[in-house]
Design a protein. Sequence first.
Length: 155
Amino acid sequence: MLYRPLDRISPCEITQYTPANSLDRINERLKDHPDDSMLLQDRAWLRAKIGEYEGAIEDFRAALAAEPLQDRGHRAEILCRMGITYYSMNMLSEAIDAYSVAIEHDPDNWELYFHRWLALEYVGRTEEAAADRRKGQSLNPAVFKLNYSSEGGII
């Protein structure tokens, strides 16, 4: 697991709606706005949180397809969450690929390097992981000076 597995993220961090009605409410809004990338991303993140990983990946892909190409920061956020979902599915190659594309869109986002660093470390690609840790540390030294476990915590 990552430093913060999906089961440790509260529902209010996933979506703006209450947990009891969030999926129904998002689905209802998507009927009127089927190409709303924010709604698709919210539903994807919620589905990932409740273990509907395949549906989450479908929604992340739909959100990317609906997202205007000029909003590179939002595309990077979607790709990062997709990577976290892949990581949770133990699909580490796909997670690394998602983080890598996200970095292409937002190369100054320390969080993207953080996630890719942990995934690369987990699969034994230590030289690439070390490079990501150095880059992330240059962007956010406070986060990267701590030692993290691939099991989900600070050592």
